[in-house]
Design a protein around this ligand. Structure first.
Ligand code: UD1
Length: 374
């Protein structure tokens, strides 16, 4: 990183979509801690919100729950197809970066805003740090896989959550010196908020008096094709005869359910509710009998919480949650989903093995490395 005259490191931190917010929160906290300890060489962090997600439940609610400061710039790109969304972030972000000339642009995760942030920075010759580097599902039909591959290939600091992620990067020819195995910032965020989540009143609000399973669903491969979504709902219907399912639904999924005329599957047993803030969702996850999801981060969070997780996808970029955690891949195969849910209800539980560096100190390690390289 180039030194600027005042010995302040200027970082632009980019967030845009729901799964980014829980990753930037611990990084911002670690920067605050660093600045308290290192008054002569503080880090100045400018948070930029691209606006990829904009509904209260998809964005603002997370800023409030995770105590994330107001972004200094809001790019307001909104929804759109991939090229539009990525292009809009790049055009608007370029102006901001040219004005501010940061020492480093930090991007997190694998959403379109992640790739757009990295691409804009690399063209301006600004070094890039990628938090959550090296994850691979080896399924290039997932837009996130393309975002991961491209972001990693142009990043200067690749902060990885697992040894497997290091190996993926080495296989792709990324020089070892750029790779830093630091652990998982999602775990930092989970551990920071576990006690706070216990104060959530969500269980009472939803009047959940008995056992329940928790469901999230938003991947295009599951929700954008009627046949696939119907397959999943037919499995859910069978499971709901044995246990109630609570379903905080992504706006995309709600739209598809209506469009495909599948609302008849939803009732008290498969209970669709609005998307939840982080603390309410964490509380529901913690108390659930099991979780069904196609999210990436939830696979990790359930492993840390030791709650069984059925992942409704054929691949995962987080295989460690299968080999060492509570995760089981089911795809959208109704028979497999029902079978695994029944096994869990009969008492099957996978043992969780300790994961290196999933200790709540990842963000601090990242900031320490960046400060040392300044
Ligand atoms: C994005 C990420 C995905 C992540 C997910 C979590 C990409 C390629 N995908 O997918 O990796 O798991 O966020 O939520 O970046 N919408 C709203 N309100 C909002 C945001 C979206 O109604 O605040 C609706 C719009 O109809 C929009 C659709 O959701 O078209 C999809 O939003 P988009 O940001 O394109 O992708 P996600 O499916 O949310």
């Amino acid at each position: 990183m180039e030194k600027n005259k005042r010995s302040i490191i200027k970082i632009v931190l980019i967030a845009g979509a729901r799964p980014n917010f829980m990753k930037v929160a611990p990084i911002i906290q670690a920067i605050k801690k660093h600045n308290l300890r290192n008054k002569s060489s503080p880090i100045e962090c400018q948070l930029i919100h691209t606006g990829q997600h904009y509904d209260y439940e998809m964005s603002r609610a997370f800023f409030e729950d995770l105590l994330i400061p107001e972004p200094s710039v809001y790019l307001k790109v909104g929804s759109g197809n991939h090229a539009q969304q990525t292009g809009k972030v790049m055009i608007r972000l370029e102006k901001v970066l040219l004005e501010n000339r940061p020492d480093l642009v930090m991007v997190v995760g694998d959403v379109n805003s992640t790739l757009a942030g990295a691409l804009t920075a690399v063209k301006l010759h600004i070094p890039i740090a990628h938090v959550e580097a090296g994850l691979r599902s080896y399924d290039r039909e997932m837009p996130e896989e393309i975002n991961r591959l491209l972001t990693d290939s142009i990043s200067d600091y690749l902060f990885t959550p697992t040894e497997e992620a290091n190996e993926n990067l080495i296989k792709e020819g990324i020089p070892k010196e750029k790779i830093y195995f630091v652990g998982d910032v999602m775990v930092d965020n989970l551990l920071i908020n576990l006690k706070r989540a216990d104060k959530s009143k969500i269980i009472k609000q939803l009047k959940l008096n008995s056992e329940y399973a928790l469901l999230t669903l938003h991947r295009p491969s599951n929700v954008d094709e009627k046949k696939n979504l119907k397959n999943i709902f037919s499995a859910l219907q069978k499971i709901s005869n044995k246990i109630q399912i609570v379903f905080p639904a992504h706006p995309r999924t709600k739209k598809r359910i209506e469009e495909f005329g599948l609302s008849n599957y939803l009732d008290k047993r498969i209970r669709l509710i609005n998307p939840l803030g982080f603390l309410d969702f964490l509380k529901l996850m913690k108390e659930a009998r099991f979780v069904m999801t196609d999210s990436g981060g939830i696979q990790e969070e359930t492993t840390i919480l030791q709650i069984p997780c059925l992942t409704l996808r054929n691949t995962t970029e987080r295989p460690i949650t299968i080999t060492q955690g509570t995760n089981i891949l089911c795809g959208n195969n109704p028979r497999k989903i029902v079978k695994e849910a029944e096994e869990i209800l009969k008492g099957k539980k996978k043992k969780v093995r300790p994961l290196e560096f999933w200790d709540g100190k990842t963000a601090e390690r990242i900031i320490k490395i960046l400060a040392e390289h300044h």
